[in-house]
Design a protein around this ligand. Structure first.
Ligand SMILES: [Zn+2]
Length: 70
């Protein structure tokens, strides 16, 4: 089902699984906060190895959940 982890943004317990489109964050809000940080001056200053994973922003498998229409 997934592992329980702590949200890197707020520290709240959340589940890391394909059911969570915002993983490893607990919510869309925390994800946006984190993305917003690298989109601002923070990312331009920091060119540390390992941040490349965020360079493309959203990955195809991590698109926000789209409700199914009936
Ligand atoms: Zn969070």
């Amino acid at each position: 089902m997934g592992r329980e982890i702590k949200c890197p943004q707020c520290g709240k317990a959340t589940v890391y699984s394909t059911d969570n489109p915002f993983r490893p964050f607990c919510s869309k809000r925390c994800r946006l906060i984190d993305l917003g940080e690298w989109a601002s001056e923070g990312y331009q200053i920091a060119s540390e190895p390992g941040l490349d994973d965020y360079s493309t922003g959203l990955e195809p498998e991590e698109q926000p959940f789209t409700p199914t229409r009936h």
